[in-house]
Design a binder for this molecule. Structure first.
Ligand code: MCN
Ligand code: MOS
Length: 733
C-alpha cells in the first residue's frame, strides 16, 4: 500500500465548513417531516418522593394538544442495554417515583412547539415529598465502590509512605460542571408501521439504534438512526437519554412524526454532567524527588438507579514511575440528574488533584516542578510494566518549557511581578488514557474512478468527515475531489462512539482495513487476467497513486481502477472490513494514549482578586496527526474548556429543593473570548506503533492539566494554594 502523502497531515479545510457557514446542513433540530408534531416535557419540581396526583385535563383541552403522556398512560418500556459506558438511564414515565429535580414526569404532544410548551405548563402535579440527599458528604447517601472495577493497587503503599522522607497529604475538590454544546439536543422520531426512523443529536448512532430497539422491543433492523450533523456534545451525546425515548414513544402514541427539542434549562438536567469530586491524595517521596508512594482516593457523585464508570483516581496509577500506588474511586448516590461523560471524564478531575499535589510536593522538596516530573518519568507503563506503544511526553515537557520560557521562572513565591499584577508560572503533565475500540467501514470505487467510503460514525464538530476523507484519498491513491466520505447513518457499517478521543483511531483503522480490502478485491479481479500488468500481484507487491494500482518497485507497471472495472464489465467493487484494537499482552506493548505538557502564565491583582491568563503553551503527543489545523483547534477547544473548569464552571444545586439554580448560559459561567489569551499549540512525537494509521486521540487531552497548571501558577504568584475548583475571586483576596 501507499506511503503517507501530503493529503494527510496538511491543514485541509473542513469539507463541511462552507455548508455549515451557509446554514445548508440540517442538525437534528432542523429535520422536518410532513405532518410532524412537537413534544414538550414536564419536569419534576422536587428531588425525591412520589407523584401523588397528576392532572392533565387542562392541558389536554388546550389548542393543538394531541396527547399528554404520564406514568399512568405511557406504554411500559424495557430498560436499554449496558455497554462500555455503563447502563442506559432508566426509561421515562414508568412509575410514580421521583429521583431528581427536573426528572420527566409527563410529555405533551401538540401541533405546534409553543402549544406543547404552553400545555406542559398547564399540567398540575402533586407530590409527596421525601428528604432529598444532595451533598457529596451526606452520610445518608449510599457510598460505594465504583462498580466498573476501576480501583488498583501495586506495591505496598502503607509501608512506603511510612519510610518516605517527605509526605504530602491534601484534599482537593472539583465542582459539578455541565456540558453545554451550542446545539440544543433534539430528537425527531417518525414511525412507519413497525419501523422507526430517529434523527438524534448523538455521538453514537449505532448505540441509539440498539437502545431504541431494546427499549421498544423491536428487532434492530426496524430502527434507523441519523446523526449527519451534531452541534457539539463534549460527551453529553454518548448515552441515550430519556428525551430520546420520550420522542419515540410520543410519535408511536400519536401516530405522527414528533420533534422534541430540549431547552437550555432542560439540557442541565437531561443530558448528563461532569460529577463533582472530593479527592484525598497522600504522596511520599525521597529528598531527591523520587516518588515512593501515592495513595489517591476520590469520591464522586452519582444518580439514583444509575451507574457511571468515570475513573477519577486512576490517573495516579498510570502517570508516574512510582512503585507503590493505590487508587480508589468511591461514588455517593444522590438525588441528582444522571451524570455522564464530559470532555476527559475522570481525568479532568483526577489530574487536577494529582498535578496540584505534585506541585505542592515540589515546594516541600525545593525542586523545580518540571524537574520533579522528569525525575519520575514513566519509561514503561507503570501499572503493567510493558513498554509504551509510543510516548513523547519528555519531548512535550522539553519543547513546552522552551517555548514558554520556563527557565525565566523565578522559583520564589510572589517573586515575579508585572506592575501591580503578581505573575505566576505553573505547569502540569497529562498522560491520557488510550481508547480505540472496534469499528467497521465500507469502501467502493466505481467505473468513473471515484470512491465512496462510509461508516455509521458521527462528526460532532471535531472534523471526522474531513480527516476520513483525507485518509480515504491517501489509502486509495486518489485526489480529494475523487473521494466522498459519509457517516451519521446507523444503516452504514457499525461504528463506536465519538468518545474517549477514540473515534479517529478506531474509524481510521477501519477505513484502512476496508480500503486495503478494496484494493485486494481489485487484485483478485485481475489475478489471472493476462491483459493486466498486475496479474498475480498480492497486496504487499503494490502501491496506489494517481487513481492506479501499480507495482511497488515499478510505478510504471500498473493500471487504473477504471480500466480494471471496464475490462471486467463491472460497475464497481466494494469491500467492508472491521478493525479491532490489539490486545496489549499479545503485542507486548502498553497501548499509549496521548500525552501533553501544559504551561500557564497567570496575572493576579492582589487587591481585587482578579485573575488573568495571558498565555498557555500546550504541547501534545497525539501520534500521527491527520489534520494539523483541526487537531490544533481541538487542543485550543480543550484549553478553553480547561479554563472554564478552572475559573468559571460550576453547576449549583439548591440544597433544599435539588433544583439547579444556574441552569442557563446567563448564570452558568463559561469563558468568553476576552478570558482567553494566547494559546500556543505544538504537536510532537511519532506515529503510534500499535495501529496501522498511527494516530492517538486529541479530542480531550487538551483539557486536563490546564486547571492544575493554573492553580499551580496562582500559588507561584500569590502563595495561595487553591485546592477547589473553580478558583473564584474570593479565594484570591
Ligand atoms: N485529529 C487529528 N489527528 C489525530 C487525532 C485527531 O487530526 N491523530 C483531529 C480530527 O479532526 C478528529 C479530531 O481531532 O476529528 C478528534 O479526534 P479524536 O481525538 O479521535 O476524538 P473523537 O473523534 O473520538 O471525538 C470525540 C472527542 C471527545 S471524546 C470529546 S468529549 C470532544 C472532542 O472530541 N467533544 C467535542 N472534541 C470536540 N470538538 C467539538 N467541536 N465538539 C465536541 O463536542
Ligand atoms: Mo468524550 S467526554 O469521551 O465524548
Amino acid at each position: 500500500m501507499t506511503e503517507p502523502t501530503t493529503v494527510v497531515g496538511a491543514g485541509v479545510d473542513r469539507v463541511d465548513g462552507p455548508l455549515k457557514v451557509a446554514g445548508a446542513v440540517a442538525y437534528p433540530s432542523d429535520v422536518s417531516y410532513p405532518g410532524m408534531v412537537h413534544a414538550a416535557p414536564v419536569r419534576s419540581t422536587i428531588a425525591a418522593g412520589r407523584i401523588s396526583s397528576i392532572d392533565t385535563t387542562a392541558a389536554e383541552a388546550m389548542p393543538g394538544v394531541l396527547a399528554v403522556l404520564t406514568h399512568h398512560n405511557a406504554a411500559r418500556l424495557n430498560r436499554g442495554p449496558e455497554n462500555n459506558l455503563g447502563p442506559t438511564p432508566p426509561p421515562p414515565l414508568q412509575d410514580d417515583r421521583i429521583r431528581h429535580n427536573g426528572q420527566y414526569v409527563a410529555v405533551v404532544v401538540a401541533e405546534r412547539p409553543y402549544q406543547a410548551a404552553a400545555a406542559a405548563r398547564a399540567v398540575t402535579v402533586g407530590y409527596e415529598r421525601a428528604d432529598p440527599v444532595l451533598e457529596i458528604d451526606d452520610p445518608r447517601g449510599e457510598l460505594r465502590t465504583n462498580p466498573f472495577d476501576t480501583d488498583a493497587e501495586r506495591g505496598d503503599v502503607a509501608t512506603a509512605l511510612g519510610s518516605a522522607d517527605v509526605v504530602h497529604e491534601a484534599t482537593y475538590s472539583t465542582a459539578e460542571n455541565t456540558n453545554n454544546p451550542l446545539g440544543l439536543f433534539a430528537t425527531v422520531a417518525a414511525w412507519d408501521g413497525d419501523q422507526v426512523t430517529v434523527h438524534d443529536a448523538t455521538q453514537w448512532t449505532s448505540n441509539v439504534r440498539t437502545t431504541v430497539a431494546e427499549v421498544f422491543g423491536l428487532p434492530e433492523p426496524a430502527v434507523r438512526v441519523y446523526a449527519k450533523y451534531v452541534g457539539g456534545g463534549f460527551g453529553s451525546g454518548l448515552r441515550v437519554w430519556q428525551h430520546v425515548i420520550l420522542a419515540v414513544l410520543a410519535a408511536r402514541t400519536v401516530g405522527r412524526p414528533v420533534k422534541l427539542v430540549l431547552s437550555r434549562p432542560e439540557m442541565f438536567t437531561g443530558v448528563g454532567h461532569r460529577p463533582d469530586t472530593v479527592q484525598t491524595i497522600r504522596i511520599g517521596a525521597r529528598r531527591t524527588g523520587e516518588l515512593v508512594a501515592i495513595d489517591h482516593e476520590s469520591v464522586q457523585t452519582v444518580a439514583m438507579e444509575d451507574e457511571n464508570p468515570e475513573p477519577v483516581a486512576a490517573v495516579s496509577g498510570n502517570s508516574y514511575a512510582c512503585p507503590n500506588v493505590a487508587h480508589r474511586d468511591r461514588q455517593r448516590r444522590l438525588n441528582i440528574p444522571c451524570p455522564g461523560s464530559m470532555r476527559a471524564p475522570g481525568e479532568a478531575q483526577g489530574n487536577f488533584a494529582l498535578e496540584s499535589a505534585l506541585d505542592e510536593l515540589s515546594y516541600r522538596l525545593n525542586l523545580d516542578p518540571l524537574t520533579l516530573r522528569m525525575r519520575n518519568y514513566a519509561e514503561t507503563q507503570p501499572q503493567y510494566g510493558l513498554p509504551w506503544s509510543s510516548k513523547a511526553l519528555r519531548e512535550c515537557y522539553e519543547v513546552g518549557a522552551e517555548r514558554f520560557g520556563w527557565s525565566r521562572r523565578e522559583p520564589g513565591v510572589g517573586a515575579m511581578r508585572d506592575g501591580r499584577w503578581l505573575v505566576g508560572y505553573g505547569m502540569a503533565g497529562v498522560s491520557y488514557l488510550w481508547w480505540q475500540v472496534r469499528c467497521e467501514a465500507r469502501a467502493s470505487i466505481g467505473r468513473d474512478g471515484t470512491a465512496y467510503v462510509s461508516s455509521a460514525a458521527t462528526d460532532i464538530g471535531t472534523g471526522t468527515y474531513t480527516v476520513m476523507w483525507q485518509l480515504s484519498a491517501e489509502l486509495l491513491g486518489l485526489e480529494l475531489e475523487q473521494v466522498r466520505f459519509d457517516l451519521g447513518d446507523s444503516e452504514m457499517p457499525w461504528a463506536p462512539q465519538a468518545g474517549g478521543s477514540g473515534l479517529t483511531g478506531a474509524l481510521g483503522n477501519a477505513v484502512y482495513a476496508s480500503c486495503r480490502e478494496l484494493v485486494r478485491r481489485f487484485l483478485d479481479t485481475v489475478v489471472d487476467d493476462p491483459g493486466s500488468p498486475l496479474r498475480g500481484c498480492t497486496i504487499d507487491d503494490v502501491a496506489v497513486s494517481g487513481g492506479r494500482i501499480h507495482h511497488r518497485a515499478n510505478p510504471g507497471q500498473g493500471e487504473s481502477y477504471s480500466a480494471i472495472l471496464a475490462r471486467h464489465g463491472l460497475d464497481e467493487l466494494t469491500a467492508q472490513a472491521a478493525s479491532a484494537p490489539p490486545e496489549a499482552q499479545q503485542v507486548g506493548m502498553a497501548p499509549a494514549g496521548a500525552f501533553a505538557a501544559k504551561f500557564v502564565e497567570v496575572h493576579v491583582d492582589p487587591d481585587l482578586g482578579l485573575l488573568r491568563i495571558p498565555r498557555v503553551v500546550s504541547v501534545i503527543d497525539g501520534g500521527r496527526i491527520l489534520n494539523e489545523k483541526l487537531a490544533r483547534s481541538q487542543i485550543i477547544g480543550g484549553v478553553v474548556g480547561g479554563i472554564g473548569q478552572a475559573l468559571f464552571e460550576e453547576t449549583r444545586t439548591d440544597a433544599r429543593t435539588g433544583r439547579i439554580a444556574n441552569a442557563n448560559l446567563g448564570d452558568y459561567l463559561v469563558p468568553v473570548h476576552a478570558d482567553i489569551g494566547e494559546v500556543d499549540v505544538v504537536f510532537v512525537g511519532a506515529p503510534d506503533r500499535l495501529t496501522p494509521v498511527g494516530t492517538k486521540g486529541v479530542g480531550e487531552v487538551g483539557l486536563p492539566g490546564v486547571a492544575a497548571a493554573i492553580a499551580n501558577a496562582v500559588y507561584h504568584a500569590t502563595g495561595k494554594r487553591i485546592r477547589s475548583l473553580p478558583i473564584t475571586i474570593d479565594q484570591l483576596l
